[in-house]
Ligand binder design. Structure first.
Ligand code: SF4
Length: 141
């Protein structure tokens, strides 16, 4: 039987990392929460640069295309490039997520990729908090 891969836009690897129950509307946020939980089961995913599982319930999706397509397509391409991956590639969520963390989030690249996103301040705050936490842990060693 053909294996079913969950289609995930490359830049959503970052959005899912920082997700904290906020979104465009209740329907979208509930749906995103479900996808977030599904990722804890480490599914096999297909990296896409078009509407994906998350976009399905987004109010910004019109006729299968994101209203901010140019912007998000740029994010997708940069994420793939930084992670050394290509579109339509299949990979486990854990492996993809690890690459995003190492090569983008903890290497300080996130702002360069999606610093102009409307949700960016939430992600930045979380990065700062996690760096502060790491520093505190190091200081107490
Ligand atoms: S804003 Fe665009 S890329 Fe983001 S979830 Fe909505 S449709 Fe998808």
């Amino acid at each position: 039987m053909k294996q079913k891969f969950l289609k995930i836009r490359a830049h959503h690897g970052m959005c899912l990392h920082f997700f904290e129950g906020k979104g465009y509307n209740d329907e979208f946020t509930g749906h995103m929460q479900k996808i977030y939980e599904k990722m804890q089961e480490n599914p096999e995913i297909e990296l896409v640069v078009q509407g994906d599982e998350i976009c399905k319930k987004c109010p910004n999706l019109e006729n299968g295309i994101c209203k901010t397509q140019e912007l998000v397509l740029g994010y997708d391409k940069e994420v793939l490039k930084k992670c050394g991956l290509v579109k339509d590639m299949k990979i486990s969520w854990k492996d993809f997520s690890k690459l995003v963390e190492e090569r983008i989030i903890f290497s300080g690249e996130r702002q360069n990729i999606c610093g102009n996103c409307q949700w960016s301040s939430i992600c930045e705050k979380k990065v700062e908090e996690s760096l502060l936490e790491t520093k505190k842990n190091c200081d107490t060693l």
